[in-house]
Design a protein around this ligand. Structure first.
Ligand code: HEC
Ligand code: HEC
Ligand code: HEC
Ligand code: HEC
Ligand code: HEC
Ligand code: HEC
Ligand code: HEC
Ligand code: HEC
Ligand code: HEC
Length: 420
């Protein structure tokens, strides 16, 4: 019984399908798919016509979806009945309903696969692990939902440089709320993250066009509480600064910071205002970070002093060699081999700055001493070139004198012959 109904509806379905296949294209080319929603809404006052005006630029429009795919209703009905709940019309969602409204499609892998198999379908579940999602569930309507970050009716792919979630725009998108002290009043958190981030090396790299530098959502997660695979935002730095992370974990600070609840990298570098580090941060001087915890006499203090001395020695030897090589080059001497040595010495300096994160003086000094030896070699090559220059200059002077004598001799000889 059941089976016969199923098969007869299958036959009807087939017949309709065949009709569409054969009549579809000609009907479609005669009149494009009807959309009463757009037709009527385009004529309405501001708030109600805005969606229709914006929508042609929306990624959903480009994917072939219409107003009714999100809002329900009947796009073939020209009357207000198009928006009858009986025709599945959902209206505009309230803020609290928005994640599920978008998630109806975006959390449905079978549906989304038909459009774009590579698109993730975990945004809604991830969202509810974030502070935004948790607070929304508790009834806080001031937190961000999907449309606060993506906009609505003019949603773009995140890879579109105009999108509010494109890496260079994310910080402004978050700042709309997080930098607005008035809006965030009542929450017990600072509103300076954007101002501090704008001063950071990361923001500078981003402005310079390096979209691999982190912005707010790189560290805090696009949707979830943290990026995938991290249990805490404080661990995010190591996903990019791999060497620093490895050294730090193996250093005496690794386990002790964890035990004391200090946030690793962030303890020394801060979280938002991450500045370009200076060698003066290591050591016992007024700008040194080490002395905020270590005091004269302890092992950390001693290590800080030794590392700092290592840097000083490498930099002064390097400087000395550089000056000599510059002079030699200006005198036209060939010192390109020594310049190669200098490049090696410079990369030792850079390596040593990474090695600081072992917080082990011997490990850092091994590298700085290598740089010192290389600089010293380059210095000696420079000095040899200058000796060579002096030697050549003396030779040149002698040759000049000889030539002058020869010319004078010739001159007198000629005069003598003329007089003769
Ligand atoms: C004949 C004109 C007309 C047609 C056709 C029409 N609308 Fe509307 N729509 C309106 C007017 C007028 C309003 C505002 C008054 C109201 O909410 O009843 C409105 C309101 C809305 C709202 C806001 C409702 C809310 O909850 O605030 C949505 C969403 C909407 N329309 C979507 C659609 C969609 C989707 C379609 C097509 C399936 C559609 N409309 C077709 C005239 C129309
Ligand atoms: C991708 C899903 C989606 C599509 C497609 C879509 N809307 Fe909406 N629409 C929403 C959401 C979500 C809201 C609620 C926005 C909010 O609260 O800020 C909304 C709100 C509205 C409103 C209430 C006023 C406003 O702007 O908040 C109207 C009217 C409306 N939509 C009409 C339309 C019309 C007409 C179309 C087709 C041209 C359309 N929508 C296409 C998701 C969609
Ligand atoms: C009716 C189903 C449906 C609803 C509801 C829906 N979307 Fe989409 N969305 C899609 C489809 C289909 C695509 C196109 C996928 C593609 O071609 O890349 C898409 C694409 C997107 C993209 C671009 C993804 C990319 O990387 O290309 C974003 C962002 C997006 N939607 C956000 C939203 C938001 C925010 C809402 C709620 C306001 C929403 N969507 C509601 C079906 C839907
Ligand atoms: C706090 C801001 C924020 C909120 C809230 C938010 N998104 Fe996103 N969304 C982003 C950012 C940032 C990206 C990634 C941009 C990139 O890949 O560079 C993104 C990417 C996406 C993408 C592309 C695929 C992907 O996962 O990378 C889709 C689809 C999407 N979001 C849908 C949603 C939906 C649906 C919701 C609500 C459940 C939502 N977003 C809530 C900021 C947000
Ligand atoms: C629509 C406004 C709005 C937008 C846009 C927004 N947020 Fe929020 N966010 C909030 C509110 C409100 C809270 C709740 C504050 C609280 O309870 O501490 C919050 C909480 C947070 C928290 C947790 C703070 C804590 O309590 O420790 C983080 C992290 C956060 N947002 C990051 C972001 C990032 C990153 C973006 C951009 C990708 C963003 N937010 C966009 C309003 C917003
Ligand atoms: C390089 C990584 C990184 C970037 C980029 C970043 N944050 Fe943070 N953020 C952190 C860390 C780490 C914390 C501290 C988290 C903790 O203590 O658990 C934090 C804390 C926060 C908090 C909690 C309140 C506070 O100030 O401690 C908010 C809100 C926040 N960030 C928002 C933002 C916004 C908005 C942006 C972009 C303008 C941003 N963050 C950029 C790493 C980052
Ligand atoms: C998404 C990758 C990424 C994450 C996550 C990240 N950074 Fe960076 N970081 C970069 C890039 C890219 C640069 C700029 C390139 C450069 O100048 O070396 C940079 C530069 C730096 C610099 C300056 C380096 C220099 O030599 O001037 C410091 C210090 C730094 N980051 C520390 C951190 C800390 C601390 C964290 C975690 C709170 C962090 N970074 C998270 C990618 C990242
Ligand atoms: C105990 C303090 C301290 C901690 C913890 C720390 N750093 Fe550093 N970091 C420094 C100092 C000091 C320098 C400057 C070295 C120099 O320029 O001579 C520095 C320099 C850097 C630099 C620039 C040099 C380079 O490696 O290119 C980066 C990047 C960096 N740190 C990332 C990190 C990351 C990532 C973490 C966590 C895994 C971390 N730091 C933990 C003190 C610290
Ligand atoms: C936030 C506080 C803090 C900062 C900043 C800090 N340290 Fe430490 N350090 C500690 C603690 C705590 C220990 C473990 C207890 C101890 O040995 O003093 C430690 C241990 C050490 C040790 C091992 C000492 C031993 O007895 O084996 C060395 C070496 C060290 N630190 C070097 C440094 C250097 C170099 C700097 C600056 C670049 C620095 N520390 C910055 C807190 C800090």
């Amino acid at each position: 019984m059941k089976r016969s109904i199923t098969s007869s509806s299958w036959i009807i379905g087939c017949a309709i399908g065949v009709a569409i296949v054969f009549c579809g294209p000609s009907v479609a080319s005669a009149a494009p798919a009807k959309d009463s929603c757009v037709a009527c809404h385009s004529q309405l006052p501001d708030e109600y016509s805005k969606p229709a005006k914006l929508y042609p630029g929306d990624i959903h429009h480009r994917a072939g979806l219409s107003c009714a795919d999100c809002h329900g209703g009947d796009r073939n009905d020209d009357s207000m009945n198009a928006m009858s709940p009986a025709k599945g019309f959902r209206g505009a969602p309230t803020k609290a309903q928005i994640p599920a409204f978008c998630g109806r499609c975006h959390s449905n892998p079978a549906y989304m696969r038909k459009f774009n198999p590579s698109l993730r379908t975990d945004q809604e579940t991830e969202y509810f692990t974030s502070v935004h999602g948790k607070k929304l569930k508790q009834g806080d309507a001031k937190v961000a939902v999907c449309v606060d970050c993506h906009s609505v009716h003019d949603i773009l792919a995140p890879s579109d440089p105009r999108a509010p979630v494109y890496p260079t725009h994310v910080a402004e998108t978050c700042a709309r709320c997080h930098a607005d002290a008035n809006y965030m009043k009542g929450y017990n958190i600072p509103t300076n993250q954007y101002a501090l981030y704008e001063k950071s090396v990361h923001a500078a790299a981003m402005e310079g066009g390096d979209t691999s530098a982190p912005t707010c959502s790189t560290c805090h997660g696009n949707h979830g509480a943290t990026p995938p695979g991290l249990n805490s935002v404080a661990n995010v730095c190591g996903t990019c600064h791999v060497m620093n992370q490895e050294l730090f974990e193996k250093s005496p600070h690794g386990p002790i910071f964890a035990k004391m609840g200090l946030p690793g990298c962030v303890q020394c570098h801060s979280n938002h205002e991450i500045l370009a580090p200076r060698d003066s941060w290591v050591g016992t001087g007024p700008k040194a970070i080490c002395v905020t915890c270590h005091v004269a006499g302890d092992n950390g203090y001693k290590a800080a002093k030794e590392i700092s001395n290592g840097f000083d020695k490498l930099k002064s030897t390097y400087q000395k060699a550089d000056t000599v090589l510059n002079t030699a080059e200006k005198s036209g001497m060939e010192v390109s081999n020594a310049r190669v040595e200098m490049t090696n010495a410079h990369s030792d300096l850079i390596k040593a700055r990474v090695a600081v994160h072992s917080f082990n003086a011997a490990d850092v000094l091994k590298i700085t001493n290598e740089g010192v030896a290389t600089s010293q070699k380059a210095y000696e090559a420079g000095v040899a070139a200058l000796h060579e220059r002096d030697y050549r200059r003396k030779g040149l002077a002698l040759a000049l004198i000889a030539i002058v004598i020869a010319i004078s001799g010739l001159y007198f000889k000629i005069r003598k012959m003329e007089r003769g």
